[in-house]
Structures are given as C-alpha cells and as structure tokens.
Design a binder for this molecule. Sequence first.
Ligand SMILES: Nc1ncnc2c1ncn2[C@@H]1O[C@H](COP(=O)(O)OP(=O)(O)OP(=O)(O)O)[C@@H](O)[C@H]1O
Ligand SMILES: [Mg+2]
Length: 266
Amino acid sequence: MGLAAGSVAVRAVAVVSVASAPMLESAAHAAADELPVIELNDVRKVYSTGQFHVEALRGVSLSIPQGEYVAIMGPSGSGKSTLMNILGCLDVLTSGRYLLAGEDVSMMDEVDLADVRNRQIGFVFQHFNLLPSLTAMRNVEMPLAYAGVPRERRRQEAQIALERVGLGDRVDHRPGELSGGQQQRAAVARALVGDPALVLADEPTGNLDSSATADVLDLFDELHQQRRTVVLITHEADVAKRANRIIRVSDGAVASDESGADRRIQ
Ligand SMILES: Nc1ncnc2c1ncn2[C@@H]1O[C@H](COP(=O)(O)OP(=O)(O)OP(=O)(O)O)[C@@H](O)[C@H]1O
Ligand SMILES: [Mg+2]
C-alpha cells in the first residue's frame, strides 16, 4: 500500500482536465492556498428541544491552515461531534462565522451546504458508511456522480484513488467482501476522489483492530505528507499523537491547542 508520488501527479492532471476552464481552476487553487482552510469565529451551537436549551458550542474560534493534520480530542459530551458536524457542513451554527476555503458557509441553507460538502469535504466515518450493494469502485465513484462527472472519467478517477490506498485488486468487491481495514481504506479513497479541500474523519479507527488501525493511520500520514488538510476526531491518544496539532475541547469550548513538539499526550 502506498500513495506513490507518480499517481498523485496523474491525479492532479486528471483533476485539471475535468475543469472546463483550467486556468480559472488553478487560479482558484492558488488563492485558496493562501487562506486558512478552516476559519471559525466565535461559533456557538445551541440545541433547542422544547424547554431544554443545550449550549453544545460556546464560542469556538479556530484557524486551520492548508496542510495541517489536526486531532480533536475531548471527553464525552464536550461537543466534538457537534463541532465535526459544523466543520463538515452537516449542521448549521446558531451564531458566529465559518469560512471554509475562504467561502462563508455560516448562514447557507441546506441545498447550498450540500453543494459545499460535495465540493470541499471528504468524510471518513467510524462505521465506514459504504453502500453495501455497490462495489468498492461504485462507492468511490459516488461523490463524482453527485458532481456530474461523466461515467468514464469517474471510473478512471475511482481506479486511481483505490490504487492509492492499496485496493487496486479489490475494485469489484462489495463492502461485505472486504475486511474492516480494507473497507476503511475504500472510504478514504472515496474521501479523496473529489480532491476536497478538507478530509474530515470521525473516529476512523474506532472499529478497527490494531493492524488495520496502523494501515489507516499510515494512510493519513501520507495525506499529511502531501499537504492535505486532515481533521480527525478521536478518543485515543495513540491516534492523536500522529497529528501535528491537538485541539482539546471541554464543555463546548477549546481547552487547549498545541502544535508540533509542544503537544502533550497523556
Ligand atoms: N441533537 C441534539 N439535541 C440536543 N442536545 C444535543 C444534541 N446533540 C448533542 N447534544 C448535546 O450537546 C452536547 C455535546 O454533544 P456532542 O455529541 O457534540 O458530544 P461529543 O463530544 O461528541 O461526545 P461523545 O464523545 O460522547 O461522542 C451534549 O451535552 C449533548 O447532550
Ligand atoms: Mg461524539
């Protein structure tokens, strides 16, 4: 398994050729490189159910530049999933501002959020969330199908993504015919295939044994080496220590935020 530099170059060429206006596409990428991928400003999230109001996020401000590999940790109920849902444009914030790759998504409606999600974010979930009736190839093609990429181009892109995660010989297998680690690698391929600004992973190793965990974490290391932006939510210190920045949330707020050699693992 490995994300060979050669296949990355092929992927980059394929992405540019999809665009109808390659010059505009590269200009957009160049501009996006200078902006933080994620910028949260005093973000609050209140869940209101009848007479109950739960303040799940109490003014979170964060900036994550391109190429960072960030682990988010925190005790149960501290707001990690709420934060993940907001970062992933799966839920709307109550107040504050969220810029994703320079685009203000704070007050977007469901339809626009779905569009941003498809263009900008690749998801990796604890339970893989692959469609059981579809082959690995068809699963990985899904984000491209939503984006309206023609079938032949989709197949080429999905094949490249599956090869990058070491599943080139399993493209016609359904999820039930893959091991847990292989299913998660297929999910990583699906997360990468649209060349998103952000890869967002929620407990991606929570359902894996130690050897599959090591494989998937190696893949994330390789994404980091390629300067992809990865945000990973985890309970496990061994997983978090692979990241170059660790943000701890507590009671809906950022309790600590440590990068590089400063980050402490308990
Ligand atoms: N849909 C909801 N409606 C009402 N309250 C909610 C909802 N979702 C979460 N909460 C509350 O918001 C707070 C933060 O929850 P969240 O799920 O973000 O925590 P978490 O850090 O992901 O916890 P865990 O580690 O257990 O998954 C909790 O007090 C929770 O009870
Ligand atoms: Mg959670």
